[in-house]
Design a binder for this molecule. Structure first.
Ligand SMILES: [Mn+2]
Length: 315
């Protein structure tokens, strides 16, 4: 497969923007990590626009370079990484069908032995991703960064709305709530049902006030304790960040995580048994400067470095 272009002989402002300038492949084979776009926002409960997230994150992700300045990992040298394109939607205006179409694509990626790294899309997409890569016999663990627990129930008749993916995943047995940690939770709600579901099902919920009290290092220790060495997925909703850093999102909440805190948190997850990740809820219509997409793409790069190290260790 073609090599990742370096930014010296092929300047980063040139070429067609794939994720982080990796090659685009149509056939998913001989890959360690598959970067995927899921341009879907049929699950939003308020401001739409995350369907445009993958394209804008591809564009902004061309700013990324190879070598991580802390770990010195170069994921593009360490692993076979490609952009496998977007989920090929045919009926995405029907939520039930959209969920099936996403699941089908991730089954393919999983069958090809590649780890998925995804740009959303609203957060409803993580539920069919879990269905594609996990089973009730082997549910996933999760480290979840978000302002919202996303364990609410149906909204306006849509059980696949973006406030519900992890409730659906627990009901289906593809997510183990006792090995799930939710970090950065805050903001008022219409009903407390989602918070209650998370706590009653056994998830570890770190509200923003506790995050501030604990500090990032203790949050890392707690996250590592919760997931242990089990297969773990990282789901990163940009609204977990403070809107100062990520204003371009559908449901912003002030008083959130800073970008350096988020980077430290992710860097503290080295050595875990990581099997995939996503960055969701970048909504370009609310992001005129492109900053939120740039921040989202950088968090994808942090997760990519973690995944590539996890693969290298396993090999
Ligand atoms: Mn979310």
């Amino acid at each position: 497969m073609p090599h990742h272009p370096d930014g010296i002989n092929a300047p980063r402002f040139t070429g067609i923007p794939t994720f982080m300038r990796v090659p685009f492949v149509e056939e998913i084979k001989d890959l360690d990590i598959a970067m995927v776009g899921v341009p879907y926002d049929g699950g939003v409960t308020n401001r739409p626009g995350a369907r445009h997230g993958p394209r804008e994150m591809r564009n902004q992700s061309s700013l990324m370079r190879g070598i991580h300045h802390v770990s010195r990992i170069n994921p593009f040298d360490a692993c076979r990484v490609a952009d496998v394109g977007d989920v090929p939607f045919k009926e995405s205006h029907i939520p039930d069908r959209a969920m099936e179409e996403i699941e089908t694509f991730y089954r393919e990626i999983h069958a090809a032995n590649a780890l998925p790294l995804t740009a959303g899309g609203d957060h409803s997409i993580t539920y069919p991703i879990f269905r594609g890569i996990a089973s009730a016999k082997a549910p996933l663990s999760m480290i979840h960064i978000d302002a919202h627990t996303d364990t609410w129930d149906s909204w306006q008749g849509n059980k696949f709305n973006h406030g519900a993916p992890f409730r659906r995943a627990v009901e289906d047995g593809v997510l183990d709530p006792k090995q799930t940690i939710q970090i950065g939770i805050r903001g008022p709600q219409n009903v407390s049902d989602g918070w209650d579901f998370s706590l009653e099902s056994g998830m570890r919920v770190i509200f923003m006030e506790e995050f501030t009290e604990m500090g990032v290092n203790n949050v890392i220790t707690e996250a590592r304790r919760v997931v242990g060495d089990s297969p773990t997925y990282i789901s990163f909703d940009v609204d977990g960040l403070d809107p100062v850093y990520a204003p371009g999102t559908g449901t912003p909440e002030i008083g959130g995580i800073t970008t350096i805190e988020a980077q430290k948190l992710l860097r503290g997850l080295r050595g875990l048994n990581l099997i995939g990740g996503d960055v969701v809820e970048v909504a370009p219509p609310f992001d005129p400067s492109g900053n939120t997409a740039m921040v989202g793409a950088t968090m994808m790069y942090e997760i990519l470095c973690l995944l590539s190290e996890a693969i290298t260790v396993r090999a």
